[in-house]
Design a protein around this ligand. Sequence first.
Ligand code: GTP
Ligand code: MG
Length: 338
Amino acid sequence: MNGFVDETTIVVSSGSGGDGAVSFRREKYVPRGGPDGGDGGKGGDVVFTVRLNLKTLSHLKLKRHFKAGNGGRGMGQRMHGKDGADVVVPVPPGTVLRDTETGSTVADLTHDGESFLYLRGGRGGKGNSHYATAVNQAPRYAQKGIEGETRDLKAELHLIADIGLVGMPNAGKSTLLSVLTNAHPLIADYPFTTRTPNLGLLRLPERDVILADIPGIIEGASQGRGLGLKFLRHVERCAALLFLVDLTSSDCLGTVRLLEAELETYSPALASRPRLVVGTKLDLPESTAGHASLTDACPAGGFVAVSSFSREGLALLVAAIRTLVGAAAAATAGDAPK
Ligand SMILES: Nc1nc2c(ncn2[C@@H]2O[C@H](COP(=O)(O)OP(=O)(O)OP(=O)(O)O)[C@@H](O)[C@H]2O)c(=O)[nH]1
Ligand SMILES: [Mg+2]
């Protein structure tokens, strides 16, 4: 939807260094002027820089090849060639760059303003003025500039959120995001309404919390059914997950198990993230049985029931989110509460 691109390949090239010059001084009353060839300019670098205002990789898909400028040739009178211009590739926070050939991670860029120098431009060659010796005072030799390099990279976007909303299609993920945060995602009563992730900001007294709503997961998603599991990478870095379960569905506990199994297939690390089961659509009378079964099955504090329509349970949910995020922050700071 509207140009959301979360993976693409690009080609980047650093600039070549300019060649050094072969040149000799020419002055009216100096018959045999010495060598005065200047050095070639340095080729431009390839630099990535994080820009908070970018939300997708679509701008990379449009351009694809990013090339730095070449260094200029050296000139007479020891004049240096101009350095080639760097190419600066802007990327959104959460961009992971991989070498297409080896698959190895080249950079993982997260902070606004962060810069990463990937390829250095080639050095400029030295002009012949460097090569004059007692034996050879008129060298006709200058060094060539070093060539730039070209690499293929795969850029992947991993959205950076604190809490991920995971659930089957129609569970009410986008609706919950719209009542808890400033986001206005598309909501409809058919599955797979959400086709690309949405982020929303929940303002808490201590800090802002970013929630990510991703497309629904169905049984067999790990084998590519539905929209598959590829969107899970956007919640990979979340401190905690909310499993959203429609309380009016026939087998709420089965849904929790299914989500667990699909997550486990995708990434055991993700499956072991702290989580809260959130029952949705509590306003509907058909939610009673589901509510009872999840209350029974989930550990104390591991389940909250809400209605995005009547807003019942939302305050409890926000309190639970505060606890989850607070515990995660304490754990990363290395001082988990005793
Ligand atoms: N009665 C009631 N209906 C709800 C509630 N929350 C969501 N719905 C309805 O459930 C349907 C699905 O809601 P969405 O928020 O689009 O669900 P989703 O989980 O984002 O669905 P996908 O994007 O398709 O995965 C919509 O018709 C909503 O109006 C609720 O609290 N109560
Ligand atoms: Mg949705």
